[in-house]
Design a protein. Structure first.
Lengths: 333, 301
């Protein structure tokens, strides 16, 4: 945890330039991803999780722009480097796994070609060596009969197998950070567990850092070392996964956790502990943010100060921060 | 029904035995194409026409520019397909003229397709201002009456093979450009293009290795239609007397003999049938490609 982290996002602000002026989709977001660790990014749909990932990759859709802040990869601010440098980083140092394994592979090329392509481009391997690497990668992601499957087309694979191929592609150049944008959302629960186990195993072997974007707290508990919670374009809480899951400092985080269904023994269920709660209200619309804390309209603890002044990040424990006026420190909780 | 069930039956053993060689999508498409009777018929017809124009003149051995018989003598009366108004052999003319017609048609179709593909892919890929500018340019060509534009161009420059090919090529590319642009826009928004970009792919690689292969099916079909249209265009220009007068072509034979249409039908009908069969063959092939590439258009049973 000492020295410069692999990736540091400092006060990142992303705006969408529309006809009715600029709308902030990410507001003053800061993150640190350490080498070899897994950072879970949690939040509801539309809270800026994927936007953060795309901003880091500098692949924001047209109309979106980084208007403030820095993205430091080992100290190099990549928001300002030329596009050619960015292309060299993408796929080689930072790679990305997308949500939809069914559509993330090009249907007209074999999976072997697709894995080999990135290796050829970034590491200058010739066709034979690249194919060899592709076989190794397919073996690493535990695809049976790797040599034969090399020449298969994506439509011959199941969803879970395709996501394995995507992971193989992402890992082929031995990147130091993998951004996984909801990698298992489209998969069965059993396949999810396999993919997580595989990712954990590969991380131990290669020492790559993972940024896991998810709305599944179960995935976070299973895989993440650190967690950052997003709400309406702001990072509202961050810290070690264990600390956050045990003592969520922000009311949104604790609300989010009580929304997660858990299987309990029948004795506990009889006590009424199995009631699934929800967070009342809706995420505020982008561009119509409340003046103070963005969660205030839905927060059970909100008072006048919450509604008028944006809370700063408060240190609530070791490496654990929350943007809430009511946040209690871990010691007190 | 017949075509879908055997495919599913072969899919299962592939899963079970990974050693089995998977079928390339192109090979599968080719199989479906060849099973289609009208497409196979079109392919055979086009093959016969190509054979006739390439080897026909040498086999038949009659000079199409020479007076060989009585002017306007009917078919069978000394020559197989009759003679024209100055006594030249119509069959020899069709065999030799086919070369010019087919070459002009094919080359100008290639030109049409290449211009359309380049303009459309840049517009669709880069979007924004590039798209707006290129589409304005495309619309300019789309609103001009194409036959008129081609006629004006051939008239301004002297009517030689080069100018005719250029004139036909320049008037037809707009629809290919629009089609390519639409396909590029559709495919550029798909996840696998984003994934390729996130893997560090360059624009050129994304355009021509990632997006283009996926957008080819409708473009290939349109290209077949464009080839047929180019042949018709060449015939039309020649008929109007705007072809190269020194190069015998099907359109030219029809154009030169149009005054004798009422007295000697064969002078016009025979080259007309040649044009008809060629365009028909190409259209059947295009239709077959469409059926093979587009699973929803595949005929059931």
């Amino acid at each position: 945890m000492t020295g410069t982290p692999f990736l540091e996002v400092r006060n990142l602000t992303v705006e969408m330039k529309g006809e009715s002026g600029a709308i902030r989709v990410l507001d003053d977001v800061s993150l640190r991803i350490e080498r070899g660790r897994t950072m879970g990014i949690v939040g509801e749909s539309g809270c800026g999780k994927s936007m953060t990932a795309l901003a880091i990759m500098r692949l924001l859709p047209p109309g979106f722009e980084i208007t403030a802040g820095q993205v430091l990869v080992e100290g190099e601010d990549i928001t300002r480097v030329p596009e050619a440098r960015m292309r060299a980083l993408r796929g080689n140092d930072i790679s990305m796994i997308f949500q939809e394994p069914m559509t993330s592979l090009n249907p007209v090329f074999t999976v072997g070609d697709q894995i080999a392509e990135a290796v050829k481009q970034h590491q200058g391997l010739d066709a034979g060596a690249a194919e060899q690497r592709a076989i190794e990668m397919l073996k690493a992601v535990q695809i049976p009969g790797a040599e034969a499957r090399l020449h298969a087309y994506p439509h011959e694979f199941s969803g879970g197998m395709r996501q394995r191929v995507m992971i193989a592609m992402a890992l082929a150049c031995q990147p130091r950070l993998i951004i996984a944008d909801e990698p298992t959302t489209a998969l069965d629960v059993t396949v999810q567990a396999q993919i997580f186990a595989l990712m954990r195993e590969l991380q131990q072997e290669t020492g790559t850092a993972i940024m896991l974007i998810t709305h599944d707290l179960g995935a976070v508990a299973e895989l993440a070392d650190d967690v950052a919670v997003f709400y309406a374009g702001k990072r509202i809480e961050s810290g070690p996964a264990g600390a956050i899951l045990r003592h969520a400092a922000h009311p949104y985080t604790s609300g989010l956790m009580s929304c997660t269904p858990r299987l309990r023994l029948s004795a506990a269920a009889r006590d009424g502990a199995a009631v699934l709660r929800e967070i009342p209200g809706m995420v505020p619309q982008l561009g119509r943010m409340p003046q103070g804390c963005r969660f205030a309209p839905r927060c059970p603890l909100a008072d006048d100060r919450c509604r008028s002044v944006m809370p700063p990040d408060v240190e609530v424990g070791p490496a654990h921060a929350a943007a809430c006026w009511k946040a209690e420190t871990e010691v007190m909780a | 029904m017949m075509s879908s069930e055997p495919m599913q039956a072969t899919a299962a053993p592939v899963e079970a035995a990974p050693a089995a060689k998977p079928d390339h999508p192109m090979r599968e498409t080719l199989k479906i194409f060849l099973k289609n009777r009208s497409a196979a018929g079109g392919l055979i017809l086009l093959g016969l026409i190509l054979f006739a124009t390439i080897f026909g003149p040498a086999i038949y051995g009659v000079d199409p520019y020479e007076m060989v018989w009585m002017p306007l003598s009917p078919p069978g009366d000394g020559t197989p397909l009759g003679t024209d108004y100055i006594g030249r052999d119509i069959l020899a003319g069709i065999l030799v003229g086919g070369r010019v017609t087919l070459i002009v048609g094919a080359v100008s179709a290639v030109m049409t397709i290449v211009i359309g593909l380049v303009v459309g892919s840049f517009a669709g890929f880069f979007g924004g201002r590039v798209d707006a500018a290129l589409m304005k340019f495309t619309e300019f060509f789309q609103v001009l009456p194409s036959l008129l534009l081609a006629m004006v161009m051939v008239t301004i420059f002297s009517p030689s093979l080069g100018t005719i090919i250029f004139a036909i090529g320049i008037v037809g590319w707009a629809q290919i450009a629009r089609l390519t642009r639409a396909e590029f826009m559709r495919i550029a928004s798909l996840e696998y293009v984003k994934a390729a970009r996130a893997a560090g792919a360059r624009d050129g690689y994304l355009m021509f290795r990632v997006i283009l292969p996926g957008s080819l099916p409708p473009i290939v079909v349109a290209s077949a239609l464009v080839t047929g249209a180019s042949i018709l265009f060449e015939a039309g220009l020649s008929f109007l007397g705007l072809g190269d007068p020194n190069q015998l072509s099907w359109g030219l034979i029809i154009g030169q003999n149009q005054n004798y249409l009422m007295d000697a039908w064969w002078t016009v009908t025979c080259p007309g049938i040649a044009i008809f069969l060629t365009v028909l063959a190409i259209s059947l092939i295009g239709d077959g490609i469409n059926d093979a590439l587009n699973p929803r258009a595949r005929k059931r049973g």
